[in-house]
Design a protein around this ligand. Structure first.
Ligand code: FAD
Length: 383
């Protein structure tokens, strides 16, 4: 693997960093404090092409490689994880589902809209079906040329502020995983209700919604993939989602390093900068160790993807390590800041709260370990 970035990759990373510093960073604290969705930023993200970074140009995207996507995602994660999350779900989950499983008609209709007009969401989790999505109860019943969907989804990123949700529903009750089918559901459909969830520990500027589907009617042409293929589609998209989550978590680790070094250089105790104390240096060097390992792991996923190789195991490894490293690193960065780290005068408290969700969503750390354990002992866990 070549660790040298191409000129184009260096440029896109710089573009993303400059954009994040100028447009995202100045608002991050206030949006977090007020739990406000970054309404004014989303059109700028569309303009930059970041909401369609891997989508082919024919559908309005930038058509860039996966490593470029990871680099942009890392920069967003370094600046504001709420913003990173809304981009990851649009690109890594909603657009990926369409690109991989959509018909030509579905791709032509929806990808240009998801890369320029409004956000896509991914509706898998339900109030009583999280780690075990096969137990979902949202039902889709056939009615002539239409499907009628009813049930509810929980914790859906972009679920109330987007334009389209990929909804996974049970079409053959009693058949578990085999009876799940995916549908493209416009968020302005009659019977679709997205209720924003407030009071989250982190990602407070992100739109996380409970989605209620009350007899939502969609024509059969909005079915994504074949009947019964839904869980396969969801798990396949999660390979991509976990990659961008890993890159975003690496961004949080990078932000922790920068904040810890900066503060250690500013703060004086016992008549000298705290950066001169070896125990503070230890905290900083531990952040760096976890950061470097995180970056190498998500780059490896990108390397495999850009060669056209499957990366399910690598995505799971990167997701697990990078998310847990981000939590450790944010905790260390708070420690370097002492009491000041415990207030929002400094961003490290937000990094810790934002990092915390990364070990929970897109498959908890426990679920990743279960899958890896089964895979390593010969079971076909990653189907
Ligand atoms: C901010 C946020 C955004 C999200 N965005 C989305 C989204 O856009 N789309 C979407 O579909 N979902 C989304 N989710 C949902 C997320 O993916 C789920 O929360 C996650 O999969 C865990 O499900 P759960 O919360 O129901 O926890 P549970 O599955 O109830 O798990 C609870 C605990 O039990 C453990 N556990 C469960 N089963 C096992 C087992 N077999 N062995 C060992 N331990 C186990 C888990 O690891 C966890 O520690 C989001 C969640 C959050 C918080």
């Amino acid at each position: 693997m070549d660790f040298d970035l191409t000129e184009q990759q260096q440029q896109i990373r710089k573009l993303a960093r400059d954009f994040c510093d100028a447009e995202v960073a100045p608002h991050a604290r206030e949006l977090d404090r007020t739990e406000a969705f970054p309404d004014e930023l989303v059109p700028k993200l569309f303009e930059m092409g970041f909401l369609g970074i891997t989508v082919p140009e024919q559908y309005g995207g930038l058509g860039l490689d996966y490593l470029s996507y990871g680099l942009v995602t890392e920069e967003l994660g370094r600046t504001d994880a709420s913003v990173r999350s809304l981009v990851s779900v649009n690109v890594g989950l909603a657009c990926t589902c369409l690109l991989t499983w959509g018909s030509d008609e579905q791709k032509s209709e929806w990808l240009p809209r998801l890369t320029s007009e409004g956000l896509g969401a991914f509706g898998l989790t339900e109030p009583n079906a999280g780690s075990d999505p096969a137990s979902m109860t949202t039902r889709a019943s056939r009615d002539g040329d239409d499907w009628v969907l009813s049930g509810s989804k929980m914790w859906i990123t972009n679920g109330s502020r987007g334009i389209l949700t990929v909804v996974f529903a049970q079409t053959e009750p009693g058949t578990g995983a085999k009876g799940i089918t995916a549908f493209l559901v416009p968020q302005d459909s009659a019977g679709y209700e997205g209720n924003a969830i407030h009071g989250k520990l982190g990602l407070r500027a992100g739109d996380t919604a409970e989605v209620v589907l009350s007899d939502v009617r969609v024509p059969d042409r909005m079915r994504l993939g074949e009947v019964g293929e839904g869980l396969k589609i969801a798990l396949n998209a999660l390979d991509s989602g976990r990659f961008s989550l890993a890159a975003g978590a690496t961004g949080i680790s990078q932000a922790c390093l920068e904040a810890a070094v900066r503060y250690a250089d500013e703060r004086t105790q016992f008549g000298r900068k705290i950066s001169g104390f070896q125990l503070v240096q230890q905290l900083i060097s531990e952040i760096y160790l976890d950061l470097e390992a995180s970056r190498a792991l998500y780059w490896k996923v990108a390397w495999r993807h850009d060669k056209g190789e499957r990366h399910t195991v690598e995505s799971s490894v990167a997701k697990t390590f990078c998310s847990e490293a981000a939590v450790r690193n944010a905790d260390r960065a708070v420690q370097v800041h002492g009491g000041y780290g415990y207030s929002d005068e400094y961003p490290v408290g937000r990094y810790l709260r934002d990092a915390r969700v990364t070990t929970l969503y897109e498959g908890t750390s426990q679920i990743q370990r279960l899958l890896l354990g089964r895979h390593l002992t010969g079971e076909n866990a990653f189907t």
